[in-house]
Every structure is written in structure tokens, then in C-alpha cells.
Ligand binder design. Structure first.
Ligand SMILES: [Zn+2]
Length: 140
């Protein structure tokens, strides 16, 4: 079965993609269809805030002991972890619980991530060309 993409479930769609060579590493990507372009103007930044909050809450749950990351684009939000076969089930449970049954009560994380996002925005949009590119893509 090596090298064959296998669909394991629908709604959400779950795929298993084996590595071409045997390895202990397990990579899990979760994509949500929906990103910054889907936000109503009055809620601009909500997707980015949600991405930071969920990523941080998961990271704290596993004490940042594994590689994890998240990104938000115009069309999608992505969350990702790297683990090992030995710990994959435990890490997947914690990861999926963080994403699908999140705890939104941690005000400290919200406040900290809000400042991080403001900092990112100041860095990412510090030149006119980047800002115009963003506005242009958003209006497509
Ligand atoms: Zn960010």
C-alpha cells in the first residue's frame, strides 16, 4: 500500500498518505476551508486571532514538546503537527480536541496573541507594495 493516498473518512475528509520509505515520523495537517477573505469587514482579523489562539492552546497543552505550526490565508486555515508513531495517537487526540472542542476561556492567551498579531501586521505590511498586494488579492 506504500505510496497510495487513501481516503479514510468523509465530513471531515481524512486522508492517509504513507511516506515512500519507512519512517517513524507522522505529520498531521488539518485544513479548514475558510480564511481571511471570508470574514465580514466588522470582524476583520478574527480568523488570524482564532489561528493564534488555537495554536497556542495546543502548544501549551503539549508543553511545546513537538513541532507544530499554523497559518491562515485568504481561503484556508491550516494547523500542523509532527510527531512519532509511538506518540501519534495521544498527540492526535490532544490536537483534535484543541481544534474541534476548543476552550475559549483563556483571556491571557487572547491578550498575548492579540499583541503578537499586531506586531506581525506591523511587520508584514510595512511597505506599500505588500499592502496593495493584500488589498488587491482580497478584492478578487
Ligand atoms: Zn500570525
Amino acid at each position: 500500500m506504500s505510496g497510495v493516498i487513501k481516503k479514510l473518512a468523509n465530513a471531515p475528509d481524512i486522508y492517509f498518505i504513507p511516506f515512500p520509505t519507512k519512517t517513524d515520523e507522522v505529520y498531521i495537517d488539518v485544513y479548514f476551508r475558510g480564511g481571511m477573505y471570508d470574514e465580514p469587514k466588522k470582524d476583520a482579523g478574527l480568523t488570524h486571532t482564532l489561528e493564534h489562539y488555537l495554536w497556542t492552546m495546543f502548544g501549551e497543552k503539549v508543553n511545546y514538546s513537538i513541532e507544530t505550526n499554523a497559518q491562515v490565508s485568504g481561503e484556508a486555515s491550516r494547523f500542523y503537527i509532527e510527531t512519532t508513531q509511538h506518540k501519534a495517537i495521544a498527540h492526535m487526540q490532544a490536537f483534535f480536541n484543541s481544534l474541534f472542542t476548543p476552550d475559549f476561556t483563556n483571556q491571557d492567551v487572547f491578550n498575548r496573541e492579540r499583541l503578537t498579531i499586531i506586531n506581525e501586521l506591523n511587520t508584514a505590511f510595512n511597505d506599500t507594495e505588500d499592502r496593495l498586494h493584500y488589498i488587491f488579492r482580497r478584492t478578487l
